[in-house]
Design a protein around this ligand. Structure first.
Ligand code: SIN
Ligand code: FE
Length: 281
């Protein structure tokens, strides 16, 4: 079944819906931009690239062009968003609460539509998320998004086929790397920790999906506009997604161990292990 976007309300069991590969959204998000933060809603906050990143563990802000008081305001907004994301996710999915590992926070102030990009970095092509530099070793990537556009503009996504269908489609072309590759990547500092066979296969899948124009056109897909002010939750390692248009978004990444899921067999790790008939992490 292709992924759907479903509203978070009293009729859904959030963790079950997320694990099944659907997106959960809430029209009125949990996060509000404060008056003093409106001046941060500009592409000028960027030094380069498309995101400002924030590490909640150290308080370090990366990729920002701001200095002084403005820089402090940006850090404050990102820290508040990060904390409120954790509370929002833990409230929606209490069974995950004690197992969530908080990762990076990002702020995306550039309009997506018309933005030039290489195919590999082009998030307007359907893809699943995989991290080149920070391997997850099988853990799930669970992300909280908030559209904070101040002009009432939506963030327009497409969501595509289930992870099982994507994996079946591309599996014949996925290659488990030869022994020694992950040690070499670590030695060369291309990765910060060891890239497991799982991480290698997920990166291949990310690239193969984006590179395959026929797949991009033919895969089952639905468009959904997340209104400004809304928030959503999604396992982006499993849900095919593409961001087509929109400006000003906040995002918080969490990692979740597979054994913290209600149904671990629905994880990309277990699905790929079944296809490849071997352990991958
Ligand atoms: C992505 O994770 O592919 C992009 C999501 C977004 O920026 O809306
Ligand atoms: Fe993505």
């Amino acid at each position: 079944m292709p992924s759907q976007v479903r509203q978070l309300d009293a009729n859904v069991a959030p963790a079950a819906v997320l694990e099944a590969g659907d997106v959960l959204w809430q029209p009125r998000g949990f996060f509000t931009i404060q008056d003093g933060e409106r001046r941060l809603l500009s592409p000028d906050v960027l030094a380069s690239g498309k995101n400002v990143s924030f590490d909640p563990a150290t308080g370090h802000v990366g990729g920002s062009a701001l200095a002084g008081e403005l820089s402090g305001a940006l850090r404050g907004m990102l820290a508040r968003f990060s904390d409120e994301s954790q509370a929002f996710l833990a409230g929606a999915c209490p069974i995950y609460a004690s197992r969530l590992v908080r990762g990076r926070t990002s702020f995306r102030p550039v309009e997506i539509a018309g933005r030039p990009s290489s195919w590999r970095k082009d998030d307007s092509r359907l893809h699943i998320d995989a991290f080149p530099a920070t391997p997850v070793q099988g853990r799930r990537i669970l992300r909280v998004f908030a559209n904070v556009n101040p002009h009432g503009r939506p963030r327009s996504w497409r969501v595509g086929d289930s992870f099982g269908a994507v994996a079946d489609h591309f599996a014949p072309k996925l290659r488990v790397p030869v022994a020694g590759t992950s040690a070499l990547l670590r030695l060369l500092r291309i990765t910060k920790t060891t890239r497991s066979p799982y991480d290698a296969l997920m990166l291949q899948l990310h690239d193969q999906m984006k590179e395959d124009s026929a797949y991009q056109e033919r895969a089952p897909q639905t468009a959904f506009d997340f209104p400004s002010g809304s928030a959503w939750l999604v396992f982006t390692d499993a849900v095919s997604h593409a961001a087509m248009a929109g400006q000003y978004q906040l995002e918080q990444t969490f990692l979740l161990p597979v054994d913290a899921m209600q149904q671990p067999e629905r994880s990309p790790l277990r699905i790929l292990e079944k296809i490849k008939a071997r352990r991958l992490a």
